[in-house]
Design a protein around this ligand. Structure first.
Ligand SMILES: Cc1cc2nc3c(=O)[nH]c(=O)nc-3n(C[C@H](O)[C@H](O)[C@H](O)COP(=O)(O)O)c2cc1C
Length: 307
């Protein structure tokens, strides 16, 4: 740890973080490539690409489309499945001395429970329930996180199965995100992740076709930051459990905005695809700001908006 980083240490629903800057799910795969450029021991924690019970090939290409200030993706949860993950991906991730939070998604409640059971004794720091992926078709026709009762019922079922810290990742594609957040909290979530991507679309006018093979995808990046800040600000006033804020964080100033809005930690996503070193600059920038302002610990700034 670089000198003086103690001011960034924080607790996140039972998980000790050396700093509040994590890497967001799906934006650094399983760390094999990114670790060639970034010392991952510097980051606060890693949230893995979402894992499902069986391997998934994902959606047809193209899966990414750039938009002004944002990125549309429709990866469709491509992953090696839980057995492949445990065998060939997790051992590499566990080499890093940072908390590893494994993101999981199931076709139904039973699959989430089974995934939680399989991960209980694997040395991971926590589980993140991805109930907000916009890129996979569900039998119910909508995401679990678009329904208060479904969010409660799924979170409750996984809570009963695992003693690991439980993160529930919410969708912004809802009318009242605070109501969904409260359902997850009541059901036993330890932490909330806000948010997954916003449903979106882009069209190639020359070909007169959608730019994404899946037609619709999820928007991330700077375009969504003000929308997510509003969600974090409102949810933080409604729940007692900590929030990991994410959406368009590119610089330390963005991260600080999320913390001032009420987030306990932040996750960096799309920025990793642009420059994997941004995350280190964000950590350094936060440290420099605290030192300049004479603030002992980052927690003093949480929800610290002046009246
Ligand atoms: C290419 C790509 C893949 C993603 N895959 C996942 C995923 O597997 N699971 C998940 O929960 N979120 C996934 N996300 C969403 C991010 O974790 C994050 O919630 C979102 O992108 C907002 O943060 P950002 O604007 O910093 O990227 C993905 C995002 C991108 C851009």
């Amino acid at each position: 740890m670089a000198k003086g980083e103690g001011c960034l240490s924080t607790r996140l629903g039972g998980i000790e973080l050396k700093n509040p800057v994590l890497l967001a799910s799906g934006t650094f795969a399983y760390a094999e490539e990114i670790s060639q450029w970034v010392d991952l021991n510097r980051v606060g924690g890693l949230i893995t690409k979402t894992i499902t019970l069986k391997p998934r090939a994902g959606n047809p290409p193209p899966r990414l489309a750039e938009t002004p200030c944002g990125l549309l993706n429709a990866i469709g949860l491509e992953n090696p499945g839980i057995e492949g993950f445990l065998k060939s991906k997790l051992p590499f991730l566990l080499r890093f001395k940072v908390p590893i939070i494994v993101s999981i998604a199931g076709e139904d409640k039973q699959e989430y429970v089974e995934l939680a059971r399989k991960l209980q004794r694997e040395g991971v720091a926590g589980l993140e329930l991805n109930i907000s992926c916009p890129n996979i078709a569900r039998k119910e026709g909508r995401m679990i996180s678009q329904d208060e009762k479904a969010t409660y019922s799924l979170t409750r079922a996984v809570r009963r199965e695992t003693s690991l810290p439980l993160v529930v990742k919410l969708s912004p594609n809802v009318g009242d995100i605070s109501a969904i957040a409260k359902s997850a909290e009541e059901a036993g979530a330890d932490i909330l992740s806000l948010v997954n991507t916003f449903l979106g679309m882009a069209i190639d006018i020359d070909r007169r076709k959608p730019k994404l093979g899946n037609v619709i995808g999820g928007l991330s990046g700077p375009a969504i930051k003000p929308l997510v800040l509003r969600a974090v600000y409102e949810v933080a006033q409604e729940v007692k459990i900590p929030i990991i804020g994410m959406g368009g964080i590119m610089r330390w100033q963005d991260a600080l905005e999320f913390i001032l809005a009420g987030a306990s930690a932040v996750a960096v996503g799309t920025a990793n695809l642009i420059n994997p070193l941004y995350v280190v600059e964000i950590i350094e920038g936060l440290k420099g700001y605290l030192q300049k302002e004479g603030i002992g610990n980052i927690e003093e700034l949480r929800a610290g908006l002046e009246e």
